[in-house]
Design a binder for this molecule. Sequence first.
Ligand code: UFG
Length: 330
Amino acid sequence: MNILVTGGAGYIGSHAVRKLHAAGHSPVVLDNLSYGHRGAVPNNVPFYQVDLKETDRIEKILREHRIDAVMHFAALISVGESVRQPLLYYRNNTAGAASLLEAMERVGVKRFVFSSTAATYGEPEETPIFETTKQQPINPYGRSKWFVEQILRDIVATDSKFGFVVFRYFNVAGASDEGDLGEDHQPETHLIPLVLFAAMGKRNNITVFGTDYPTPDGTCIRDYVHVNDLVAAHILGIETLSEGDARFYNLGIGRGYSVREILDTAKKVTGKEIPTVFGSRREGDPARLFANSDKVQKELGWQPQHTDIEEVIASAWQWHTAHPNGYKNS
Ligand code: UFG
C-alpha cells in the first residue's frame, strides 16, 4: 500500500516508516519539522515539509503518490503546554486532523489510522482501562485528540466506504533495534529519557513528581509500551482495515510500573547512580494509568514483544548513549 505518514520525522512516525518499508509498503512522509527531524527519515522515502493546515498541498501529495491509506501521527503532545495554550492544541491537533481528512475526502482516500491517547480517559474511573471505560479528558491535549475521535465517528456515519482505526497510546518508550532511531523531543518531558539523561550526567538529577499517591510506593504508575510494538499494531491495523470500520484499541502492555520502579530498573540497566530529588506532584497526573489490551490482542493478533521493562529501558539507553545530542551531529 502507498501510505502517507504524517509526523513521519517524529519519534513514533519514524519507527513506523521503517517498519512499513520492511513490511513491503511504500511510505510517504509529511512533517512540518516543528519537532520532527529530517535525519530520522531515510533519503529513499519521499518527504514533504508541509503543515497539516495546508489542505491543498496535502491533496496534491495524496494524488501524486496515489495514497491508499493515511497514518496520522503528527501532533503536539505536551499536556502542560496544552493547558497554557489551548488554542494551539485545538488548531494543530483537532483542526489539523480535520484539514487532513478534508484533503482525503477530496481525493477519495478512505483508510485512516489515528494516534489517540490514554489522556482521553482523564482520571480513569477504573484500572485497568478498557476501551469502554468512560472518556472524560481533563486537559486540552486529551480533548484535542478526543474531538478527532468524534470527527471520525461522524465521517464513518455518513460515508460507508470510510474506515478507521484509533489507537489510544499509553506511555511509549524505547528505540529502534539498530540503535539509530530514538526519542529526541525538545524540550524532553518524558520520564524514561530524563532518567537516562541523569544517568549520563546530561542533567544533574531527576525529580520524582510526587511520593504521596495512593499506590504501593507512593509514586505514579504507568504502562510503558515499546515503540516497535506500538508500530506493529498500526501495521496490523492498516492491513486489516475494511470499509465501514470504526475500531478503537488501547495500546499498552497491560502492566504498570511506578516511577520508583523505573528509577531502580534504570540504575540496574545503566550501572550508574541516578541522582534523584523527591518533589511535589505535577498538576494533572493521574495516580495510575494502565491498559487492558485484550481487544487489540484478540482482534488484531497483536503480541507485544518487549514486555520486560528492563529491555525497554535498555533499548532507550542504547539510543541515548550513542546519540547524546539526539539527531544533532549524529
Ligand atoms: N515524571 C516524574 N519526573 C519527571 C517526568 C515524569 O516523576 O521528570 C513522572 C510523571 O509524574 C508521571 C510519570 O513519570 O507519573 C510518566 O510521566 P511522562 O511525562 O513520561 O508521561 P505521562 O504519563 O505524563 O504522559 C504520557 C504521554 C502523554 C499522554 C499521557 C497519558 O506522554 O502524551 O501519557 O496518556 F497524555
